[in-house]
Design a protein around this ligand. Structure first.
Ligand code: GDP
Ligand code: IMO
Ligand code: MG
Length: 427
């Protein structure tokens, strides 16, 4: 069982942090491969609650080595503050490894993210404002700054100057903002560089060697399939590849190493930020899902948009990720509904459509076709096996499994590590 990928099957916030943490005790490495501190992963261990943004959730499992891969964008100030926050709570973070090839989010990236969103006005994406898009844009444009640049002052100076020569024109002339001084940025970055030096490593080599030795590596996705820059609801997406292929490019590990791809799937749907969302609810049911599910962003504190389960999306996630399993989360939140609508297909311009349309305009016009499934009223948070669930909850899970195209191998019935029903082992 060499490498597994665990990723979001919807629009993020499916419960990846909890699922990763659950497996963290049995794997040797947990690797973030894309995204940055736009992620907000909540992990509940006993009576302690942790909100992780940049660090892999494996950091909370003592035997596990957490890795920030080359595909991640790293805000060094956030990295250091997250590390010190965990150290203050007694968590040992000394095993962390950070790829020298990961790109750095600098203050000019966060500034550009925010001013661009303001400039877009009502066409904005609703980004987290963490500098993610501008940093990935610089990477692709070949004007980015990498972690390894922090250890060669003259190269760092040249790169920051080159980046700012151009960006200051935009900031001053287009956005009417003050220019940013390259010298100050360089000084700040050099300071961070010294502090993160102990963690910086050739993570690709380390991970491939570990796999050769039979160690178990878990890749933890940020965001979700529908936020993928290639496969998501573009342009209302993030700027990286949370889908399974991203694990290979974002960690330097070949696809032949990966034997299991687990999609984390919420028993209903949520989304943060702008963009189409066919099953979104604007009524009391939507409000109830938000309240019962605690659907408020961990990173930005924004209310999440809520809606019923969408099987078209789940099937799409199975397809583009090659999912081998689902981990269904938050089933407990649905307790108490007499009937639960599930979207089984879309109606687009009067026609029934079973698969996610590739055309953006079609998706914007998609109306959900619902099937009603009977609900349950019994408390399920103590359920330890599938058989402990009320018959209607079992039938709901089985129906979702059939519609979604991969086996549901675990079910979350609460936020805690032990509030999980394991059906098939992941390891
Ligand atoms: P992530 O970004 O995918 O890691 O998900 P978030 O942490 O942003 O949001 C998921 C929320 O649901 C967190 O508050 C988790 O503690 C919580 N959670 C995860 N699994 C379950 C579950 O099965 N039931 C309940 N009630 N809460 C869960
Ligand atoms: P986790 O890992 C939900 C959304 C933002 C916005 C879009 C682009 O906790 O599931 P960005 O700042 O990435 O350029 O914003 O993506 N977004 C998320 N939504 N969960 C996340 O992460 C997200 N990370 C980004 O709301 O719509
Ligand atoms: Mg989240």
């Amino acid at each position: 069982m060499p490498a597994l990928v665990l990723l979001g099957a919807q629009w993020g916030d499916e419960g990846k942090g909890k699922a990763t943490d659950l497996l963290g005790g049995s794997v040797d490495y947990v690797v973030r491969y894309q995204g940055g501190n736009n992620a907000g992963h909540t992990v509940v261990v006993g009576d302690q609650k942790y909100a992780l943004h940049l660090l892999p959730s494996g950091i909370l499992s003592p035997g596990c080595t957490p890795v920030i891969g080359n595909g991640v964008v790293v805000d060094p100030a956030v990295l250091l503050s997250e590390l010190s926050g965990l150290n203050e709570r007694g968590v040992d973070t000394s095993k962390l490894l950070v790829s020298g090839n990961a790109h750095l989010i600098t203050p000019y990236h966060t500034t550009l993210d925010k001013v661009t969103e303001r400039f877009l006005g009502k066409r904005k994406i609703g980004t987290t404002g963490r500098g993610i898009g501008p940093t990935y844009a610089d990477k692709i444009n070949r004007v980015g700054i990498r972690v390894q640049d922090l250890y060669d002052e003259s190269i760092l100076e040249q790169k920051v100057e080159a980046a700012l020569d151009f960006k200051n024109q935009i900031l001053a002339k287009l956005y009417n903002r003050r220019a940013i001084e390259a010298g100050k940025i360089v000084e700040e970055l050099l300071g961070y560089g010294e502090q993160i030096r102990p963690y910086v490593a050739d993570t690709t080599l380390i991970l491939n060697n570990a796999l050769d030795e039979g160690k178990v590596v878990l890749f933890e996705g940020g965001q979700g399939t529908l936020l993928d820059v290639d496969h998501g609801t573009y342009p209302f997406v993030t700027s990286s590849n949370p889908t399974s292929g991203g694990a290979c490019t974002g960690a330097g590990v070949g696809p032949t190493r990966i034997s299991r791809v687990i999609g984390i799937l919420k028993a209903y749907t949520t989304r943060v930020g702008a963009g189409p969302f066919p099953t979104e609810l604007f009524d009391d049911d939507g409000e109830a899902l938000r309240r019962i599910g605690g659907e408020r962003g961990v990173t930005t504190g924004r209310d999440r948009r809520c809606g019923w389960f969408d099987a078209v999306i789940a099937r799409y996630a199975t397809r583009v990720n090659g999912l081998t399993d689902f981990f269904l989360t938050k089933l407990d939140v649905l307790t108490g509904w007499e009937q639960i609508p599930v979207c089984v297909a879309y109606e687009i311009d009067g026609k029934r459509v079973e698969e996610l349309p590739y055309s953006q305009s079609d998706f914007h016009h998609a109306k959900p076709v619902y099937e009603m499934l009977p609900g349950w009223s019994e408390d399920i948070t103590q359920a330890k096996s599938f058989g402990d669930l009320p018959k209607n909850a079992q039938a709901y899970v089985k129906a979702l499994e059939e519609m979604s195209g991969a086996p549901i191998s675990a079910i979350g019935v609460g936020p805690g590590r032990d509030e999980t029903i394991e059906i098939n082992s992941f390891l």
